[in-house]
Ligand binder design. Structure first.
Ligand code: AMP
Ligand code: ZN
Ligand code: ZN
Length: 408
């Protein structure tokens, strides 16, 4: 792995100087734009400040960097990738957790269950690739959450079944291949995904050298990707966005609470979610008992579903259960019956916790150059992409007004 890092780092230095230098023949600017958006899972907003990241730094110079992209609550992978895709809060797009019971269809959703992930009944809202396809704009997804399920019987023109073992380098090549297709087959919207640095962040915590090495490696991949984009004949029409679904917070063994030390599993109909955030449906006779216990427990916040603070936009969906309970920053709330020592990193916390915030970078013909933007909400990305592609958005929670200043 280390050797690979070195090869990439040297390639990067090469590539940095080649992005958007305009050396190749220019396309006519009236031609239709492209948007290529990458999400690197769990890429905390301040990781680039912690390590050498010349390629992200370069993107900041030639484009836009927002202070952060703020995730929706809960700051978990599936709710947030689908919020970026639809411009909707999880309350409105239906993917309210990574794991939940959906009473409206009497089915269980889990990110590790391929049958559930590909079942269109779980997904509400219109993902941006469907908005694009409906308006004659071809789209492609390399592992974006939700793209394996059809919406109104529509898939992206190109998509793959999720397989985390596909090397990141192959994903880059796959995206570039799409951009090299003949014009009538070429997608103008591409969404792709890398599951790091989330895994390393969970294992080691956000301030560990293993995470820093991964950030350096990912930054070098960004360099390779940008270089390959710059070599395409259509490069002047391509807008690149690099963002993430959430950040990562440090946890520690001493700050662990076990849910079943507090309440009895038998008192509950359903316990959705995972550390550090759950939604619990109580059996009627235990409703008050569970609420009294959890609301008097230190280091967690517990709300009845209709009393969740408005700023979290969480509780209107019938998929959210009686009580929402989330551990305080740096605390763990586990429902495992095995009391092992938990350390490393976690996310899922209140999105007011800055450690949950993610990166946002963008460059290309639509974006201002060297422009620093305030933090955005990730639901605002859908209208932003619609604007760049010149397609009409459906009604969503996000607003173009919140990101329009990034655009030329
Ligand atoms: P989280 O539990 O919120 O940290 O979720 C991160 C995990 O989601 C990673 O381990 C990914 O492998 C997994 N993941 C991301 N996208 C998909 C997908 N489209 N299908 C299945 N699993 C995914
Ligand atoms: Zn994630
Ligand atoms: Zn994670």
């Amino acid at each position: 792995m280390q050797k690979k890092y070195l090869i990439y780092i040297s390639l990067v230095l090469l590539s940095v100087s080649c992005v958007n230098t305009g050396k190749k023949s220019k396309n006519i600017s009236s031609e239709k734009p492209y948007v290529v958006m990458l999400s690197m899972d769990g890429f905390r907003w301040d990781y680039p400040e912690k390590v050498n990241s010349p390629n992200l730094d370069y993107m900041e110079k030639i484009g836009v960097r927002a202070d952060a992209s703020i995730p929706c609550f809960p700051s978990k992978t599936f709710p947030n990738h689908y919020s970026m895709a639809t411009g909707l809060y999880p309350d409105n797009h239906g993917i309210v957790q990574n794991r939940f019971y959906a009473p409206d269809i009497d089915k269980y959703y889990s990110i590790s269950n391929a049958e559930a992930v590909t079942d269109p009944e779980f997904y509400f809202g219109e993902p941006i690739w469907v908005t694009a396809e409906k308006q004659g704009v071809k789209s492609a997804s390399y592992f974006w959450v939700g793209s394996e399920a059809p919406h109104d019987s529509i898939f992206p023109s190109y998509h793959y079944a999720y397989n985390e073992s596909v090397p990141f380098e192959d994903r880059i090549d796959g995206v570039i291949e799409w951009l090299n297709l003949p014009e009538d087959k070429r997608p103008h919207l591409i969404m792709w995904y890398i599951q790091e640095p989330d895994s390393k962040g969970h294992k080691f915590g956000p301030d560990h050298h293993e995470v820093f090495s991964m950030i350096e490696y990912l930054d070098s991949l960004v360099g390779v990707f940008n270089h390959k984009i710059s070599e395409l004949s259509i490069s002047d029409q391509i807008n690149v966005i690099i963002t993430s679904d959430h950040g990562m917070g440090q946890i520690s063994e001493e700050k662990t609470i076990y849910l079943y030390d507090l309440i009895n599993k038998e008192w509950c109909e359903h316990i959705d979610g995972g550390n550090p955030v759950y939604a619990i449906e109580a059996k009627d006779e235990y409703y008050d008992t569970i609420f009294n216990i959890l609301s008097n427990t230190q280091h967690v916040s517990t709300w009845k579903k209709d009393e969740v603070p408005e700023r979290l936009h969480y509780g209107a969906s019938n998929r959210i259960k009686d009580f929402v309970v989330v551990a305080d920053s740096s605390w763990c709330l586990h429902k495992s019956t095995k009391k092992k020592a938990y350390s490393g990193g976690a996310h899922g916390y209140d999105n007011r916790n800055i450690d949950m915030h993610a990166i946002f970078y963008a460059y290309g013909p639509a974006f201002k150059i060297g422009y620093k933007h305030a933090s955005i909400n990730n639901i605002d990305i859908y209208p932003l992409i619609c604007e760049i592609l010149g397609i009409k958005p459906v009604d969503v929670d996000g607003e173009l007004e919140n990101t329009i200043e990034m655009l030329k």
